[in-house]
Design a protein around this ligand. Structure first.
Ligand SMILES: [Zn+2]
Length: 228
């Protein structure tokens, strides 16, 4: 888990002024569990710089997330912030309700996919990260060529799709574990280039495997269609 205080400090430094540790409601000053909405007085919150895809769900920024917790917060917030709830509200709240609803979908999508979550988290931790993902290491690219060849065989009717899928799932698991460890080791607000390099390398692998996963889904679908 990454200490959120450090993240907040970093953001305030970046904007050149200090910010208090916990977020409080615009209206009733209660401490906010979700930076997007006050559960105490039901006031929708203005955009502020501590609002991020983690804080809106009330979870700590980190690679390991509790999907059940995020899902529960998402469902609660999507209902509370629904534009139907603001038909009699101010123009400002109506506009926020629309944009915050879009933000909730975007945030959930990002947090649920390891590649997107990792890239987003790195952008929070590493000011100046432009989201660019490098090429994966050469050895990994060669392994991917091997897997592509296995898939060619599957498409020609020999080879086992299940076996290739198992191989990919094992790789995904290894990368997931490495990312989890690297993000825990990463020191925010420092020039931790070595850990950042490891994270970027694993994100590059994930991106590659995402594309491969797409090909496997297509092959699986064709195989099923041919059977029917
Ligand atoms: Zn409030």
């Amino acid at each position: 888990m990454i200490p959120s205080e450090e993240l907040k400090e970093d953001k305030s430094d970046h904007h050149g002024h200090h910010h208090c540790a916990s977020e409080r409601c615009d209206k009733c000053d209660s401490e906010l569990k979700h930076t997007i909405y006050c559960t105490a007085c039901e006031k929708i919150q203005q955009y502020n710089k501590t609002m991020n895809y983690f804080s809106i769900f009330g979870v700590s920024p980190g690679y390991d997330i509790d999907k059940k917790e995020v899902t529960a917060a998402f469902e609660r917030l999507i209902f509370a912030l629904h534009p139907d709830m603001y038909v009699n509200g101010s123009k400002e709240d109506q506009a926020l309700s629309l944009s915050h609803t879009a933000l909730l979908y975007e945030a959930k999508e990002t947090l649920f996919y390891p590649f997107k979550r990792g890239r987003y988290l790195l952008s929070l931790l590493m000011p100046g990260f432009d989201g660019m993902i490098p090429q994966p290491p050469q050895a990994f690219v060669l392994e991917m060529f091997e897997i592509q060849e296995e898939l060619d065989l599957v498409q020609e009717g020999s080879g086992s799709l299940k076996q290739t899928e198992a191989r990919i799932n094992l790789l995904l698991q290894e990368i997931d574990e490495a990312l989890s460890a690297d993000f825990k080791a990463y020191i925010p607000n420092r020039e931790d280039k070595m850990t950042a390099g490891k994270i970027l390398s694993n994100l590059a692998k994930l991106k590659f495997l995402d594309n491969l996963g797409e090909r496997i889904r297509m092959i699986g679908k064709n195989l099923r269609d041919n059977l029917n």
